[in-house]
Design a protein around this ligand. Structure first.
Ligand code: NAD
Length: 339
């Protein structure tokens, strides 16, 4: 069996941890961290966007269950106990909601409702497990305020425009988590991820950085939609996952929501240029109308930057890995053929 060589302290009971969506992009970086600290980890993933190859095939303390989350929770026996749960499984991103709103909305709301109930009955001695819910910067909607702080009001478009349903599903997930915390004392934390990037993220669902890096490596044009002046803050996934167990372990963080990401903005046009420069690529950068990427009337936000005051105060969070390093690491991963 492969092992990371690290063990728990003698006489410390092994922590049992459940990771939904553990074979996805963020989950696949979190799981090795949990194994390295000695946890027994169970992944539930239906491999809809995740890959089995993203996590070790034969680790002694890793169990992989390929299933839809709700089905798996139903069949995990009443004796199954978890100390911590990281709920990452979701239909991720606005483009998946545009593709199939029913599936995306049902996945994001129903699976979260199911795992919160499960957490209330499958913790130590049949009580509560600590649970971290993955939310998104999309929750802020189209507010023009910057930076976004956790207690800000949110602003969405009309319900006839599917684009906003992703934000609403993540907001409902947060409401549910806080409801369980208030009514049942469930130790729940919600984390709003901003743009998270790194190896194993795939460009299929409109994720901009892997799309740019892939194009730069192939010598193809990097397609920037609109004028490219829209800006985002990109944070390396390894910095992001490092924060998650620390947030969940802190009693002061329970019942609260945290922005996690980078607060250094870069425009999409500058990002394209940076990718080309860092990789020494000869690819041209071309501008295309939004109509080429999204349905008519699609609203893209001009900027999205987190206020990180809360997460810095709570766990001393800081993003350490520079964007150029992330670009090089994504390129190395793609060169290995891991598309
Ligand atoms: N990557 C980002 O920048 C970002 C930004 C904001 C929020 N998030 C949130 O972080 C979480 C993880 O995102 P990611 O980027 O790793 O995406 P991902 O698509 O790589 O991971 C999601 C995982 O969940 C699995 N999954 C989906 N539906 C499932 C179901 N019904 N049952 C079991 N497994 C299921 C998928 O197969 C996949 O492995 C999501 O909740 C997402 O909304 C990510």
């Amino acid at each position: 069996m492969a092992d990371d060589g690290q063990t728990t302290e003698p006489n410390t009971p092994t922590r049992r941890t459940l990771v939904s969506g553990g074979s996805g992009f963020i989950g696949s970086h979190l799981v090795p961290l949990l194994l390295a600290r000695g946890d027994h980890v169970t992944i539930v993933d239906n491999l809809s966007t995740g890959r089995r190859a993203n996590t070790p095939a034969d680790h002694a303390r890793l169990r992989f269950i390929e299933a839809d989350l709700r089905d798996a929770l139903r069949v995990l026996g009443p004796g199954e106990r978890f100390d911590e749960i990281y709920h990452l499984a979701a239909a991720v991103g606005v483009s998946r909601v545009l593709e199939d709103p029913i599936l995306a909305i049902e996945t994001n709301v129903e699976q979260t409702a199911a795992i919160l109930r499960f957490a209330g009955e499958h913790g130590p001695r049949g009580g509560n497990a600590r649970i971290l819910i993955a939310s998104s910067s999309e929750v802020y909607g189209k507010s023009s305020k910057s930076p976004f702080s956790e207690d800000d009001d949110v602003l969405y478009g009309p319900t006839t425009v599917s684009r906003w349903s992703y934000a609403c599903t993540k907001a409902i997930d947060e409401y549910l988590a806080f409801g369980h915390h208030r009514m049942r004392g469930l130790p729940a934390v919600a984390v709003r991820f901003f743009n998270t990037v790194g190896p194993r993220q795939v460009g299929d669902y409109g994720m901009v950085l892997p799309r740019f890096v892939g194009a730069a490596l192939a010598g193809e044009p990097l397609r920037v939609f609109g004028d490219g002046a829209q800006s985002r803050c990109f944070c390396d996934v390894r910095d992001v996952v490092d924060a998650l167990p620390r947030l969940l372990a802190s009693d002061a963080c329970i019942g609260r929501v945290f922005n996690v990401g980078s607060d250094e903005p870069i425009t999409i046009a500058a990002l394209a240029r940076r990718v080309v420069d860092v990789l020494g690529s000869g690819s041209p950068i071309v501008h295309e109308p939004y109509a080429g990427a999204y349905p008519e009337g699609f609203e893209d936000l001009r900027q999205r930057r987190p206020d990180l005051t809360r997460v810095r105060a709570a766990i001393g969070f800081s993003a350490r890995i520079p964007l150029d390093q992330t670009i090089r690491d994504i390129a190395a991963w793609l060169r290995e053929g891991r598309t």
